[in-house]
Write a protein of this length. Structure first.
Length: 338
């Protein structure tokens, strides 16, 4: 049995802390953990039979000191935190706490290009191997990655998307090598590498930010290359045509949002008769008649304008999903829940 806090692993400390916090507070903390972390710590909690009072108090004290250090760093940076902690706890203890904090606050890989313009980044990476492009894009802001993906040659878009989706974990050494090479091109500062997780969620977030044409093209290409992966991505996304699977009540909820009638007419101009009927059946007869007249008399509409109008409505639906006001079940699952 370990008798001092110093002997404990990080996982053991986390388990003791959560036990000490109690089930209600611990459940809130668990919401911020990844699934594998929850499994590991839950197993550790299950295996923790007896906690000596001095061990529990030591873990709580260390946690409190780290929270204080975080507050000091936020207020005045690491130097300020170090100075305050040295005065309160001594040089050795302050060093231990700051070391833990700086490890936790390690700079995100490729952080030096996250503030760069997407077109500039594209110039530096477009001729790289698709796997390298996928690795870099996994760390960019979704809006940056979306623009880069849209501007890549069409034959590379689906390849890069697929590589992001199936990416699991990449060695820190490989990340450092890629960073160094990119750093030379951008003449920027080097940052430390970390483990990377791409995955389906990452590519969904990126595809949700690209224009409709690019999104459709990539999903169709993925359908041919990897139907299972394409289906998994589609299940996590919502596109304009998916409104057909929504109930009248959900459609009405969407239409109550700030949607301009002219924009709705443009969006419906490029949709199927079935989708037009569904949406217009959920507005007043007078408004439905006005929108149909607008659609009839507006003449030919550019595809890009239709897609932009549809995307704005999709963004509203996705926002309602994120806020929990609308939950859309896809792929033959449960019914839609509001």
């Amino acid at each position: 049995m370990k008798t001092t806090v110093e002997e404990l692993t990080g996982k053991e400390k986390a388990a003791i802390l959560l036990i000490a916090l109690g089930p209600e507070k611990s459940s809130e903390v668990f919401k911020h953990f990844k699934e594998d972390e929850i499994e590991a710590i839950t197993l550790e909690i299950a295996n923790t039979m007896t906690i000596m009072p001095e061990i529990k108090n030591g873990v709580l004290e260390e946690f409190y000191q780290i929270c204080l250090a975080q507050e000091y760093i936020t207020e005045g940076g690491i130097g300020y935190a170090k100075q305050i902690l040295e005065s309160a706890l001594g040089e050795s203890k302050a060093f231990d706490i700051i070391s833990k904090m700086t490890n936790a606050l390690q700079v995100r890989p490729f952080d030096f290009i996250r503030k760069a313009d997407a077109s500039q980044i594209l110039n530096f990476i477009q001729h790289e191997h698709p796997q390298t492009i996928a690795l870099i894009m996994s760390y960019l802001k979704p809006t940056q990655a979306a623009q880069i993906l849209s501007d890549l040659p069409q034959d590379r878009q689906s390849d890069v998307s697929r590589r992001i989706a199936i990416m699991n974990r990449t060695s820190p050494d490989i990340i450092k090598e890629v960073e160094k090479a990119l750093e030379k091109k951008l003449s920027s500062l080097m940052v430390e590498g970390q483990m990377v997780v791409g995955g389906v969620d990452s590519v969904v977030e990126i595809l949700s930010s690209v224009d409709r044409s690019t999104e459709k093209s990539i999903l169709e290409a993925l359908e041919n290359e990897d139907p299972e992966l394409s289906d998994e991505i589609r299940k996590k996304m919502f596109v304009f045509e998916d409104i057909l699977g929504m109930s009248n009540r959900d459609v009405q909820l969407v239409l109550r949002q700030d949607i301009d009638n002219k924009e709705l007419a443009v969006a419906l101009k490029g949709s199927t008769p079935e989708l037009q009927d569904l949406i217009l059946s959920n507005v007043s007869k007078r408004l439905a008649s006005m929108i149909r007249e607008d659609m009839e008399f507006m003449g030919p509409v550019r595809r890009s304008d239709v897609e932009e109008a549809q995307q704005r409505i999709v963004n509203i639906i996705r926002r309602l999903q994120e806020s929990g006001e609308l939950i859309v079940s896809r792929g033959g699952g449960d019914d839609i829940i509001v």
